[in-house]
Design a protein around this ligand. Structure first.
Ligand code: SF4
Ligand code: SF4
Length: 778
């Protein structure tokens, strides 16, 4: 039965005139359970003044869940909301078990998906996470945030079991599970509550080691009645703690988005905040308790008993009623909802008065600045010199959303999906570089290169991004990571290329390979056969390279000297493309790559690529937008005189395809579409397990006589689906015959893949989408 709460107003609720207009609510915290398997002593649910959890049912009943889902859906439909976010919460939501979570997520999706986009999330302590539960989360596209306060000592300062036992190992096991390729798509990030007794940099390092897509730091809940500890009378210890992390984070090249810091950087330039903790954005959030009662944001429980209550519930009231509650409405009123002091504050647009719960004081209620006012001011002013930051590329680490995976699985995949794949890949390259950076410390050339790259990532992020997106940077980084043959000093070449692109003065040592200086995306300079390093200086007019007393001057905007081989950037089919015939890491295919092309050969390639890409636009319009984004480079293969069509793509070379000269433009157009499918699937498999990698069974596919491993069959099927589509749009009986051939091959392989039983849930869904595409063709 539902409990009917009594509406309780604090004696000093914020002054705000009642309004008849309701601002819709798009975020819901759904309490699946009201008990927890941990007994953290800083928990605002159990350890703060509000003790209403004692009156709540332990688990949300099915009828309550149905009513909640119905209310959310009807509110979203009435207000035509584009997206609704529901966070499964507790207590500890994993206490609901795999079956309970399955039922809850299925019910929410059943009710809300038809009305709006449902962004389904869960916040958990992670202790009870199992592969079985992860399967459920992936199946329903639930993104998971895990609470962790740092390393063993830091985490166990508060986050323990009731008997005092540590939770640290269990939480790390949960994070390791979420890092598995099969579950990575569900890994949303880590939430860490600050404790001044913990060393900030050690906490940061411990969290970074878990490779989270996001980190969120939370100030411990406090208010003017229960102020936070300020040891030794230090005025702004929380700002100091966060600034130590801020410095290290910048020095590391911002390897992971930190929500609080990024929100302050974003609001400093008029952008939006991504956390309720700062900024003037609307806090359009309501909590639904296990008994179905609507409550205000949970952190209010730290203020006084009953502070979060509204007296409303999902059985008798709609979400509109909750949105009209004065205490929920005031959190949606931006600047107008703040006290006079905050409204007059010079940093109010960044700070926003801090978290609502932190403003409480008996007598004046929430009509006060934050109890962290001094810290927030100090943090904002100390960060003021931080250059503006474009977080978009790192957002890719959030992995692929289910709708993106569905879009790609259908065959073409739109521009947005291709863009997400590219973002995910860029985030992987950044993560690889951060992982390599400790090795750079032992090599002075690499160390200086790394430092320059980190500085440029702040001063000229676009130039750094352009270099990191070069298809073969990942190949080099993987080789450094995986083998003893990798040359970590190549970091200096990346940094030099970024500095040149940015027009930033720089002076550093760079490594030579066989006497050649390689500058990815720019070209190669032949310097001296036996030298190992050169001194490179970038200035306004160009680049000076000195070795053994000899000076080579390169002006990138003027006629190139004979020893400078510029990268071949060409304009073909209305887009920019790199014909990559110089980069030292391009030999990553099973087929031998061509050496540097002569002028006539380069012109021939340019002409044929131009015509072939125009054919792609005309004959494979569905594939063209994705191909426009994903295809950045073509690597010419060495001609073998056989006339056989040869082409390749490699997982380590995102954005590049290797091609032998094709007999005609039409054949080249097909090869380009075919190989870009492999690029897409490789990038999907980087972050999403579509099949069980331990399953060694093989299957027979129509285009081969020998049985194929699942990965090979999947690649062939995905590529042939696209090739069939190209032929489908070409006229004439010969094209029709080709279409039927590829369609039948794809058809047979899809059936074989679905029947084998080696696909994961995501893989099954992926192949089913290919089947839907096939079935949609006449
Ligand atoms: S895990 Fe979360 S809900 Fe459970 S006791 Fe700790 S802080 Fe509270
Ligand atoms: S810094 Fe203090 S006064 Fe200024 S907006 Fe924040 S809480 Fe209010």
């Amino acid at each position: 039965m539902s409990r009917v709460s009594v509406l309780r107003s604090d004696p000093a609720e914020p002054r705000r005139e009642p309004t008849t207009e309701v601002s819709p609510l798009s975020q819901y915290v759904l309490k699946l359970t009201s008990r927890c398997d941990l007994a953290c002593d800083h928990c605002y649910v159990y350890e703060h003044p509000d003790q209403s959890w004692r009156r709540q049912p332990r688990v949300m009943a099915a009828a309550t869940l149905r009513a909640a889902a119905r209310r959310i859906a009807e509110h979203a439909a009435a207000h035509r909301l584009d997206t609704v976010r529901v966070v499964l919460h507790g207590g500890e939501p994993l206490l609901a078990g795999a079956a309970g979570l399955d039922a809850a997520a299925a019910e929410l999706r059943r009710r809300i998906d038809p009305v709006t986009r449902l962004d389904l999330r869960m916040q958990t302590n992670g202790v009870l996470l199992t592969p079985q539960i992860c399967d459920v989360l992936v199946a329903h596209d639930v993104k998971v945030g895990v609470s962790l306060d740092g390393d063993l000592a830091a985490n166990d300062r508060h986050r323990r079991h009731a008997n005092g036992a540590s939770s640290h190992a269990a939480v790390r096991r949960a994070l390791a599970l979420l890092r598995r390729p099969a579950y990575r798509a569900s890994y949303a990030g880590i939430l860490c509550t600050i404790d001044l007794d913990n060393d900030p940099v050690r906490v940061y390092e411990a969290l970074l080691a878990e490779q989270p897509p996001h980190i969120d730091f939370l100030l411990p809940h406090a208010n003017w009645e229960r102020p936070p500890p300020r040891p030794d009378g230090v005025a702004t210890p929380y700002a100091d703690w966060l600034l130590a992390i801020h410095r290290r984070w910048l020095a590391d090249g911002r390897p992971v988005p930190i929500r609080l810091l990024e929100s302050l950087l974003s609001t400093a330039t008029g952008g939006t905040s991504r956390t309720e903790a700062v900024g003037l954005g609307f806090a359009d959030l309501v909590v639904i308790e296990t008994d179905g009662s609507f409550e205000q944001v949970d952190s209010l429980k730290s203020a006084y008993d009953g502070a979060a209550a509204t007296g409303l519930d999902v059985f008798r009231h709609g979400v509109d009623d909750a949105a009209a509650h004065p205490m929920i409405a005031v959190r949606q009123s931006g600047l107008a909802g703040l006290c006079d002091t905050c409204r007059d504050c010079p940093v109010v647009r960044q700070c926003g008065g801090g978290l609502f719960a932190h403003r409480y004081r008996a007598g004046t209620g929430f009509d006060n600045p934050s109890v962290y006012c001094a810290d927030l001011k100090e943090l904002i002013s100390a960060m003021a010199g931080t250059p503006a930051y474009v977080p978009a590329p790192r957002q890719g680490t959030d992995s692929l959303a289910r709708d993106v995976l569905d879009d790609l699985a259908a065959g073409p995949g739109g521009a947005e999906s291709a863009g997400q794949l590219a973002s995910v890949h860029l985030a992987m390259v950044r993560a690889l570089l951060v992982a390599l950076s400790p090795h750079a410390a032992d090599d002075p050339v690499a160390a200086a290169g790394w430092q320059l790259l980190v500085d440029l990532d702040v001063a000229a992020p676009d130039a750094v991004q352009a270099v990191l997106e070069h298809p073969f940077v990942r190949r080099w980084a993987q080789r450094c990571r995986d083998t003893a043959t990798g040359d970590v000093s190549y970091l200096a070449c990346l940094a030099a290329a970024a500095a040149i692109r940015a027009g930033v003065d720089a002076d550093l040592d760079v490594p030579l390979t066989g006497g050649v200086l390689h500058l990815p995306t720019l070209g190669a300079l032949t310097v001296a056969a036996d030298a190992r390093t050169a001194r490179l200086a970038v200035d306004d007019g160009g680049v000076d390279v000195r070795v053994d007393g000899t000076r080579h001057r390169v002006r990138l905007d003027a006629d190139a000297p004979a020893h400078w081989l510029p990268a071949r950037h060409v304009r073909v089919g209305g887009r920019d493309l790199l014909i990559e015939d110089t980069d030292p890491y391009r030999d990553c295919y099973d087929l031998p790559v061509a050496t540097r092309l002569g002028v006539a050969d380069a012109a021939r390639w340019t002409g044929q690529l131009d015509r072939a890409l125009r054919r792609v636009d005309a004959e494979a319009a569905g594939y063209a937008p994705g191909l426009r984004i994903l295809l950045r480079a073509v690597v010419p293969l060495r001609p073998d005189g056989s006339g056989t069509q040869r082409s390749a793509a490699a997982g380590a070379a995102f954005g590049a395809v290797a091609l032998a000269p094709a007999p005609d433009d039409a054949a080249l157009a097909v090869l380009l579409v075919h190989e870009v499918q492999h690029l897409k699937l490789n990038a999907v498999l980087d972050v999403c397990d579509l099949f069980d990698p331990d399953d060694e069974r093989r299957l027979t596919v129509p285009w081969r006589t020998d049985p194929r491993p699942v990965e090979g069959a999947l690649h062939g099927t995905y590529a042939h689906l696209a090739v069939a589509d190209v032929w489908r749009h070409r006229p004439g009986p010969a094209a029709a015959a080709e279409f039927r051939r590829y369609r039948d091959w794809t058809d047979g392989a899809v059936d074989a893949l679905l029947a084998l039983g080696a696909l994961t849930t995501a893989g099954h869904r992926f192949v089913r989408r290919m089947r839907d595409t096939l079935d949609s063709w006449p």
